[in-house]
Every structure is written in structure tokens, then in C-alpha cells.
Design a protein around this ligand. Structure first.
Ligand code: DGL
Length: 276
């Protein structure tokens, strides 16, 4: 699995819950985070590079645990790699199409994901009668990355207890600016179209209100992985004790280990640095 940083660990966490006997190899491409402001072509190149690295390590399936990378490179990766490749956009779209009652769905994501139209296409492919309202919320990536780092800081004015992410009061204002227009569109479902955003569930939910169902693709994506492995009879042997491995392209492996553990919700053992 891979992502531009910690965000994909929200997907890894669900995967470890769904498939507790499977070993995960996770790459956080922190050196090149964020992916969101980059061109789809450039991010497609990252997907090819990291995917090839994972395949060379002998993984039996690749999860692109990043919406931006999924939008940019899923189809190319599926054509290139000899193992199944699962993205996170289609699972999120499916969950949203199932959840909405009034068929008005909001999507928040990075600039690259919104510009790609991947969510709108995926949701409307499932139900062409759904109206999709998309907004790029690029600062949420930075807020999530910062919030994970700051959670160990001194006074916590507002903390999402679920994810132990620190939210500065100033972040609330940014969230309101991004989300108020969506709220006025009368959406009943909001897709957290970036794997960093589940870390900000409390902040986002606080602004859009309880009537709006928040969708993260993590659980659906984990189910997709489970189905593919079942079809291919490729599950780890019953009783297998998983051995997870974590890699970061960032310079600070210790930071990745300590903050990553918070997002993964299990202690992460050793983290190794890789240069790509
Ligand atoms: N977590 C990533 C996503 O799901 C991207 C965040 C970023 O690097 O901009 O889109």
C-alpha cells in the first residue's frame, strides 16, 4: 500500500481490521507530499515507481491508498503490474451512492482529484441521477499532517478523540470557509475523498452537521481487497501472524514511526527510509 504520507494509514488500519492475518508493506512518500497540487501526469509517474518497487518486493496485491494517486494512475497501474491493483475512489463512490437518500452528494478532495473528475464519474456511473458537488480542500491535507504532528504538543483546544489529531482553533475557520457552501447545497452525504481526511472527521462533521453522512473509502476498499483475495484463493494461511513493514521516503523515520502509529492505531515497529 502507499500514499503521499500518513493518510493511507487510515486505509491500512481498516485493512488490518478486515484481514488480520495479512501482512502489509506500506510506503509513505512523505518526501513528495503533498500530491494534490501536482499534475496528474507527475503523480502517475509516482504510482508507477512505487508500485514497481512494491511488486519487486513480492506483494500479491497493491492498494493505492491515496485518492489523488488513484485518480492519476490506477488504470495505468492495472495495465502495467502483474498483480491486482485496488484504488480508493471507486469504493468511496460506491459507499456514497448507497448512503445517499436525497441523491445529493458532496465530495471534498485535493485539487488534482477534483480536477480529474474521478469521483463525479464514478458516482454517476453507479447512479446517473445523483447530483455531485465537488470542492477542492487542499489545506485539509496540511491540517491533517500538522495535526498528527501537533497532537503531542502541549494544550489541546480541540482534539478529535477518535484519531488523536490536534485541531487548532484557526483550522475551524478554514473548515467553515470550505464546507459552508457545500452545506447550502443540501447534500445528505459527504465523501472524504482524500485518505488524510478521516483524521479530520470531528472537524468536518462539526461543520456540516450530523444530518450529513461522512463517507471514507477505507472500509469499502478493505472489503474489495478481501473479495479479490478470496476469488484468487490468496489469503494468508489461517493463524498466520502478520508482519507489517513500513517505509518512508522522508528523512525522519522516527517521526514517521511515532505519528504513523497514531494513525494506524497500532504501534509501528521499525520504519526504514527508502530513496526512490
Ligand atoms: N492522501 C492523498 C489523497 O488521498 C493525498 C494528499 C496529498 O498528498 O495531497 O488524495
Amino acid at each position: 500500500m502507499f500514499d503521499s504520507g500518513f493518510g493511507g494509514l487510515t486505509v491500512a488500519c481498516e485493512l488490518a481490521k478486515e484481514l488480520p492475518e495479512e501482512s502489509i508493506v506500506y510506503v509513505g512518500d512523505s518526501a513528495r507530499c503533498p500530491y494534490g497540487p501536482r499534475s496528474l501526469d507527475e503523480v502517475d509517474g509516482f504510482v508507477q515507481q512505487i508500485g514497481a518497487w512494491l511488486v519487486a518486493r513480492g506483494v500479491k496485491l497493491v492498494v493505492i491508498a491515496c485518492n489523488t494517486a488513484t485518480a492519476a494512475g490506477l488504470a495505468h497501474a492495472q495495465r502495467t503490474f502483474p498483480v491486482p491493483v485496488v484504488g480508493v475512489v471507486e469504493p468511496g463512490a460506491r459507499a456514497a451512492a448507497h448512503a445517499t437518500r436525497n441523491r445529493r452528494v458532496g465530495v471534498i478532495a485535493t485539487r488534482a482529484t477534483v480536477d480529474s473528475g474521478a469521483y463525479t464519474d464514478a458516482i454517476r456511473h453507479l447512479d446517473a441521477g445523483i447530483t455531485v458537488f465537488s470542492t477542492a480542500t487542499p489545506r485539509f491535507v496540511e491540517i491533517a499532517e500538522q495535526g498528527v504532528r501537533m497532537a503531542e504538543g502541549p494544550i489541546e483546544n480541540y482534539t478529535s478523540l477518535a484519531s488523536k489529531v490536534y485541531i487548532r482553533p484557526a483550522f475551524q475557520e478554514i473548515a467553515r470557509e470550505y464546507l459552508e457552501p457545500l452545506r447550502r447545497c443540501d447534500i445528505d452525504t459527504l465523501v472524504l475523498g482524500c485518505t488524510h481526511f478521516p483524521l479530520l472527521k470531528a472537524l468536518i462533521g462539526g461543520v456540516v452537521g450530523r444530518d450529513v453522512t461522512l463517507i471514507s473509502s477505507a472500509r469499502e476498499a478493505a472489503r474489495d481487497v478481501s473479495e479479490i483475495l478470496a476469488r484468487r484463493q490468496a489469503f494468508a494461511a489461517p493463524g498466520h501472524v502478520p508482519c507489517h513493514e513500513f517505509f518512508t521516503t522522508g528523512a525522519d523515520v522516527e517521526e514517521f514511526r511515532s505519528f504513523g502509529s497514531r494513525v494506524f492505531r497500532h504501534p509501528i515497529g521499525d520504519v526504514a527510509h527508502i530513496d526512490l
